[in-house]
Write a protein that binds this ligand. Structure first.
Ligand SMILES: C[S@@+](CC[C@H](N)C(=O)[O-])C[C@H]1O[C@@H](n2cnc3c(N)ncnc32)[C@H](O)[C@@H]1O
Length: 209
């Protein structure tokens, strides 16, 4: 598998970024055979459905050096690992409540030489740390999620958008969005990516109050 689909949307990748993204195919195939972190039928679509989907957050906010990012319920490292490759000067804390998933994430970060990733087995509710941005995909409904992370976002930052939550979601979100305060913005990923996979995909951005 090759990284052409990433280069189509992120043409300015450095050699080191290209090498790291290219290495993910083998790393995820090996680790997924031992510990299931990606559904088996999805592994062939790793670059589109997992890596590019994770990177879609970069179409909404470009993390400046020193930005602190928490990935809640990272599973096998999504969206945190692809974002950490794209933004080597930002710091990423990837947490999941399941230890064996965190083991895979740590092994992959180590194999890539990613020094800006800290992977930790933790429930997000137990963390006492705070961040500029909180990213996530497929963990829970927005309302309880915003409750979990409410006091974990720094007041101010130096990015082009105010600090907040960037949540990757799909499908009809009208019920879910009706439950949360209306300061969110919805970005349709079909505006950024041509592939049918992105037709129903969105980034929900909720700036800190
Ligand atoms: C469906 S998986 C998604 C994994 C990854 N974000 C992705 O999109 O591929 C949801 C993950 O959230 C984790 N999770 C659920 N509740 C959590 C919590 N309160 N704190 C930390 N992790 C949690 C689960 O262990 C699981 O690995």
């Amino acid at each position: 598998m090759n990284i052409d689909i990433l280069l189509k949307y992120f043409p300015g990748l450095t050699e080191q970024q290209k090498e790291r993204f290219a290495a993910l195919d083998g790393l995820y195939r090996d680790w997924n055979a031992k510990i299931n972190v990606i559904s088996r039928q999805d592994i062939d679509a790793l670059y589109e459905k997992h890596i590019l989907h994770s990177l879609s957050i970069a179409k909404i906010v470009q993390f400046k050096p020193g930005t602190e990012v928490l990935d809640v319920g990272t599973g096998g490292g999504f969206p945190g690992i692809p974002l950490a490759i794209l933004y080597p000067l930002a710091d990423f804390h990837l947490v999941d409540s399941i230890g064996k998933k965190i083991k895979v994430v740590q092994e992959i970060a180590d194999a890539l030489g990613l020094t800006n990733v800290k992977a930790e087995q933790a429930r997000v509710e137990q963390l006492n740390t705070s961040y500029d941005f909180i990213v996530s995909r497929a963990v829970t409904r927005l309302k309880p999620f915003l409750g979990w992370v409410r006091y974990k976002i720094h007041k101010s930052g130096n990015n082009d958008r105010p600090n907040g939550v960037l949540y990757l979601k799909g499908g009809d979100l009208s019920e879910e969005l009706a439950e949360v305060p209306d300061r969110y913005r919805v970005y349709d990923l079909s505006d950024y990516f041509d592939e049918p996979f992105f037709e129903t995909k969105k980034v929900i951005y909720v700036p800190k109050k």
